[in-house]
Design a protein around this ligand. Structure first.
Ligand SMILES: Cc1ncc(COP(=O)(O)O)c(C=O)c1O
Length: 439
């Protein structure tokens, strides 16, 4: 599939933006080639500047649960825009979105922000302010946005680009960050035994999706919550990716809803913005009550609770009923079956992992992946061959083996047929691929 117009846009982009992209995960560094420049999207489909159509398995990295340009979301946004795009005063849709979030999740109070990064950064500041402690525990391979203190051993674009650490983050900032292996309860207990009185919080992805999909082992999140409670620290469940995607609330709804525990703070983003920049953090009323103006911990935002973004998010959440989740789960299951069958037929060793309807493939491994070390042991070059064969056949995957694949309720039979047709050849390409370091 030739893409001369995308190439022209990429050349223009390279001359004005670092790497030609506005977020590193959009680059094709890990797979090679030229990113496709999209001009429109509808339902399960993306259309690039050359007029080529692709089945979309990126889903804007999670937000597009309903598919692109859902007519009711578009209509609500158009009406909101026509009433003014930002007031700088409290407005009505932001209250309704906050009510929707509080009604669907365990949080008692919520503050709206504009990005997942802002949500996790603010949640950590609040945890530190509330506890009067400085140290933060995170897990290797989890990504919580580009917050200075949380970039240590991060997943997503940081691992895709193979960056061991990020210049620009002062050593004293990460000195208070403790990085532990994911799913390792003994490591958590050892860290608390040594440093418990100094630990403000533990933050984890509710189910890891940024080193590929690595679900928490049963009871892991609950163990984190209980360990935090017994040491006077707060447990922050980062549901920016999982929230409102895998259930009406998020992974907490799958993992903890019936166990009688809840996170102290949660962070949300992606789906709750309906494709616009909106995110949130919330939790226990006594903790959230420490935020300005109720309390002394400062946090603010010119566009927080923006009326257009909150209208898009509110409309999306209201449309995301049980039927939508059933549809997304069914689509996800169909795609997983197609992928597993094609890879098995072609003889590609792989492990396909899920967290609700989120899933990803680990290439060239045979045992379940439970942590970052396992995720990094995969044969990423097999994915690069697979990725390009799928792209040529009109299926756009995330351009990294360390990312989750996202489907939507709008992925219909036509989209599934396109994938089914593309998969055998792509699986053969993965089987035939060789490690560029040894060939
Ligand atoms: C779990 C998680 N937390 C936080 C973030 C950061 O969100 P944003 O990119 O909106 O800043 C992401 C982004 O992918 C994420 O997956």
């Amino acid at each position: 599939m030739s893409t001369p117009v995308s190439q022209q846009w990429f050349d223009r982009a390279l001359s004005v933006s670092p790497g030609g992209v506005n977020s590193p995960v959009r680059a094709f560094r890990a797979v090679g080639g030229t990113p496709r420049f999209m001009v429109s999207a509808e339902g399960a489909w993306l259309t690039d500047a050359d007029g080529e159509r692709y089945v979309d398995l990126v889903g804007s990295w999670g937000p597009m649960l309903l598919g692109h340009a859902h007519p009711e979301v578009v209509a609500a946004v158009q009406e909101a825009v026509s009433k003014g795009t930002s007031f700088g005063t409290p407005g009505t849709p932001e209250v309704e979105l906050a009510e929707e979030i509080v009604s669907r999740t365990p949080v008692e109070l919520v503050r709206l922000v504009s990005s997942g990064t802002e949500a996790t950064m603010s949640a950590i500041r609040l945890a530190r302010g509330f506890t009067g402690r400085d140290m933060v525990v995170k897990f290797a391979g989890c990504y919580h946005g580009h917050v200075d203190a949380l970039l240590a051993e991060a997943g997503s674009g940081v691992v895709t680009l193979g960056l061991p650490e990020t210049p620009g983050v002062p050593a004293h900032v990460t000195a208070d960050t403790i990085v532990l292996p994911y799913n390792d309860r003994a490591a958590v207990e050892a860290a608390f035994a040594e440093l418990g009185p100094r630990i403000a919080c533990v933050i984890t992805e509710a189910a890891a999706g940024n080193m590929g999909v690595v679900p928490p082992e049963p009871g892991f999140n609950q163990h984190l919550s209980e360990t935090c409670r017994s040491h006077g620290a707060l447990f922050i469940s980062d549901e920016v990716m999982t929230g409102f995607r895998v259930t009406r609330s998020g992974h907490w709804g799958l993992d903890g809803a019936h166990e009688g525990w809840r996170p102290d703070l949660m962070t949300f983003g992606k789906v709750m913005g309906g494709g616009f920049p909106a995110a949130a953090f919330g939790g226990r009323a006594d903790v959230m009550g420490q935020l300005a103006p109720s309390g002394p911990v400062y946090q603010a935002g010119t566009l927080s609770g923006n009326p257009v973004a909150t209208t898009a998010g509110l409309t999306t959440l209201r449309l995301a009923d049980d039927d939508v989740y059933a549809r997304v789960d069914a689509v996800s299951g169909s795609v997983q079956s197609l992928v597993a069958e094609a890879l098995t037929q072609a003889g590609v060793p792989h492990v396909l992992q899920t967290a609700g309807n989120m899933f990803s493939v680990f290439w060239g491994v045979t045992d379940p992946v439970t942590d970052f070390a396992g995720a990094r042991a995969q044969e990423t070059w097999r994915f690069a061959a697979f990725f390009h064969a799928m792209l040529e056949a009109g299926v756009h995957l995330p351009p990294s083996a360390f990312e989750c694949w996202f489907v939507s309720a709008a992925h219909d039979d036509e989209a599934l047929s396109r994938m089914a047709a593309a998969l055998p050849e792509a699986a053969r390409a993965a089987a035939a691929a060789t490690d560029p370091r040894t060939s």
